[in-house]
Ligand binder design. Structure first.
Ligand SMILES: NC(=O)c1ccc[n+]([C@@H]2O[C@H](COP(=O)([O-])OP(=O)(O)OC[C@H]3O[C@@H](n4cnc5c(N)ncnc54)[C@H](OP(=O)(O)O)[C@@H]3O)[C@@H](O)[C@H]2O)c1
Length: 311
């Protein structure tokens, strides 16, 4: 299995990309837990380890994530695949065009490789959003379109209109939450739409560094259903197997968890990182394989349904 996946005929991405929500986001501890220099070092470390793309969004750090990426890459910005997103609140025709201009300006770039609709918006007719996307594609300001958090019924009209230019759905997917396997993943497979797995480390839970008594308390994770019973108890059962396999493969639990994802056709993952060490650790998930038996064992132990009614 190769390290790259073709999102489109001329758009290849490494199986591991770098998620950039953390950069510029105080709720993730930016400015207290880690610095701008750490973020920049994480970007450089990712590229050195074979990652060729970064996932960001206009809303991340209120634009700061895109600015940090531009600063870190300098002249190399054109050599790296950039995926960004228009906010769900910006899906009106004029707003999409304005949002794209804003991202291009902050990224200091003439085009966006993958432009994703961050969340669906039931108040805006899809045709309005489509018209803007078609114009952006025609002008070359964006090369491909992706959706994020879109169910099949909302993806299908876009697919019919855009054909091969709609290439991905970015959704929460990991050994801690496999909900997308019911509807979203089979639909994507059927139509050759790639799954970009976000929160692929269960927002840190699958790294094995947290215990029941030491869960993160930041505003992003403190109240998240993944970090509460009964979900967290089931996830710790997965973590125990990740730790066992980490010893067997001489890898980290994070690498095993990421490997389980990217060993599937049509799935790429974008772990977030707060520093170079985490970025390097995550990128190395591309350097080994799980045996089919170990892959299946992880599938078995993670076969539970996440509940949103938590204690
Ligand atoms: N489209 C959407 O709606 C959406 C939603 C969420 C995320 N995303 C995208 O997906 C990316 C990743 O998702 P995520 O940030 O939610 O979750 P994640 O990648 O599962 O977890 C990231 C966090 O895990 C910890 N971590 C990462 N690598 C580690 C390592 N090797 N060892 C130990 N700890 C490590 C870090 O936090 P600590 O060190 O503090 O534990 C890091 O902030 C985001 O950056 C963003 O680009 C998109």
């Amino acid at each position: 299995m190769g390290r790259m996946w073709a999102l489109g005929p001329d758009l290849e991405v490494s199986r591991i990309g770098l998620g950039a929500w953390q950069f510029g986001t105080e709720r993730w501890g930016y400015g207290s837990d880690f610095t701008r220099e750490d973020a920049i070092a994480a970007i450089h470390a990712s590229l050195e380890a074979g990652v060729n793309w970064i996932d960001t969004a206009e809303v991340y750090g209120d634009g700061e994530s895109e600015r940090i990426i531009a600063e870190a890459l300098g002249d190399r910005i054109r050599d790296v695949v950039i995926a960004t997103k228009v906010a769900g609140s910006h899906l009106r025709y004029g707003d999409v065009l304005k949002a794209a201009e804003g991202s291009l300006r902050r990224l200091r770039r003439d085009w966006i490789d993958l432009y994703q609709l961050h969340w669906p918006n039931s108040y805006v007719p899809l045709e309005e959003t489509l018209k803007a996307l078609e114009e952006l594609l025609a002008s070359g300001k964006i090369r491909y379109v992706g959706v994020s958090n879109f169910p099949p019924e909302l993806t299908e009209p876009l697919r019919q209109a855009l054909g091969g230019r709609l290439v991905s759905n970015q959704v929460r997917y990991s050994l801690a939450d496999r909900s997308i396997e019911k509807h979203i993943l089979p639909y994507a497979r059927r139509h050759g739409i790639a799954i970009i797995a976000y929160s692929p480390l269960g927002q840190g839970l699958l790294t094995g560094k947290y215990t029941r008594d030491s869960l993160p308390e930041d505003p992003i994770r403190g109240d998240h259903p993944l970090f509460r019973s009964p979900n967290v108890d089931r996830i710790f059962e997965v973590v125990a197997v990740l730790q066992e396999l980490a010893r067997k493969y001489e890898r980290t639990p994070a690498q095993i968890a990421l490997r389980w994802l990217i060993q599937q056709d049509g799935v790429v993952a974008i772990p977030g990182a707060k520093n170079a060490e985490q970025a390097r650790d995550n990128a190395a998930a591309m350097d080994f394989s799980l045996t089919p038996e170990d892959w299946a064992r992880l599938s078995e132990v993670s076969r539970f349904e996440i509940t949103y009614f938590t204690e």
